[in-house]
Write a protein that binds this ligand. Structure first.
Ligand code: SF4
Ligand code: SF4
Length: 379
């Protein structure tokens, strides 16, 4: 029997005009799925945007509220009343919802905001998972009928790219996210955990804000860059592969995408049915894919050499406001405040949670090309 190929819809879109986005998304969703059989008025629907940091939408770190609003309007027009917008941020999600424009949407459309961190943990066991059998998820994942994953296209300093699959890391409640980094240890384990998480949460739809993405020091401190696209698919891996190709990243450059293909979580790139517009490719500035892969390889093969060459955070004394958030966030307590933060290289697991948490853009990787940053590390 012939299987229907997995579709990824892509539309050119140059502005955050809600009406324009809504009409584009309506066409795209009709291309990739049967909305009448998928969406019903009685459903409780969870929208999971990427709200990594309390940064305003112009910084391009978070899913733009105009795209979330367009999705809410589509759901409302189908009679859905019980719509939830949720995430778990490392800075206290209350503030993030306000700054990122989600409270405003919730007020105007009578949606509910759910701060995953303020709610009870629902521990999910999934036998088929490779590394994460027990996952401390938000209970909203279990209590909603349908999940709409709404990532932003961005460069990620540690795994090179973040989109649909990586966005679901936010469904892990609070500081468990950082603890997991510490428990998982290696990059290989972390990548498999991302895939386990995606398979467990299993969103019905993935809708990506790629109108303005983030290049450089992402996912929180990079630069906005226009890539003028919206993407949608029922399959997050397929969506990520198409989004990556639009910003100049190959399938083999990103470890968890390679692993996802090996685990048959989506179609091979050649088998994806891409429908919609031909949007010009915009190559994002990124860390060297070679270095990211080399680090993973050395970590696997010769851990003692990796100890010497592993990247660690470097702190910019001009930008650091001594807020101590990095010290608080580090899952292995390897940062100590001595005026400026100091990192203990031996203990550091190169997870870069500290960099993600620093919204003064005062942290870069020691292997980054960025200049003018002093290294406050001790052996
Ligand atoms: S490096 Fe960033 S997070 Fe750490 S103390 Fe300085 S400003 Fe705060
Ligand atoms: S210092 Fe930063 S990169 Fe190193 S373990 Fe702590 S949070 Fe992770």
């Amino acid at each position: 029997m012939n299987q229907t190929p997995t579709k990824v819809a892509i539309k050119a879109c140059e502005t955050y005009d809600v009406g324009l986005i809504e009409s584009s998304l309506r066409e795209m969703l009709d291309e990739i799925c049967d909305m009448d059989s998928l969406i019903h008025p009685y459903q409780k629907i969870l929208i999971k945007p990427n709200l990594v940091s309390p940064l305003t939408p112009d910084k391009a770190a978070t899913t733009n509220p105009a795209v979330v609003e367009a999705v809410v309007r589509i759901l409302k027009s189908r009679g859905v009343k019980d719509i939830w917008i949720g995430d778990s941020g490392i800075h206290g999600t209350d503030k993030i919802f306000e700054v990122c424009g989600m409270n405003d949407i919730a007020n105007r459309y009578n949606c509910q905001i759910c701060d995953f961190d303020g709610e009870k943990i629902h521990s999910v066991y999934r036998q088929e998972n490779v590394i994460l059998k027990n996952i401390p998820l938000t209970h909203f994942v279990d209590s909603c009928d349908l999940i709409i994953n709404m990532p932003k296209v961005k460069i990620h300093h540690a795994v090179l790219y973040t989109g649909a699959i990586k966005n679901l890391y936010g469904t892990i409640v609070g500081k468990n996210k950082m603890k997991l980094h510490a428990n998982l240890g290696t990059k290989d384990n972390f990548e498999n955990a991302l895939l386990d998480l995606y398979s467990t949460v299993n969103p019905t739809l993935n809708i990506m804000d790629g109108i303005v993405g983030m290049e450089g020091n992402g996912p929180a401190n990079g630069n906005p860059i226009k890539s003028n696209m919206l993407l949608a698919s029922t399959n997050g891996l397929a969506l990520d592969i198409v989004a990556m190709s639009q910003i100049g990243i190959g399938v083999n450059d990103v470890g968890y995408i390679e692993k996802g293909l090996k685990r048959k979580m989506g179609p091979k790139p050649s088998e994806i049915d891409v429908v919609g517009d031909k949007v010009p490719i915009v190559v994002y500035e990124k860390p060297s894919a070679f270095l990211v892969k080399l680090n993973g390889l050395v970590e696997r093969v010769t851990p003692s050499i990796y100890q010497h060459m592993k990247p660690i955070p470097k702190f910019d004394k001009e930008k650091c406001v001594k807020c101590e958030i990095c010290e608080e966030i580090c899952p292995v307590d390897s940062i100590e405040m001595k005026g400026l933060p100091i990192v203990n290289k031996k203990d550091c697991i190169s997870c870069f949670c500290c960099q993600e948490a620093c919204f003064s853009d005062a942290i870069v990787r020691s292997d980054s090309k960025k200049k003018g940053v002093g290294n406050a590390a001790r052996k």
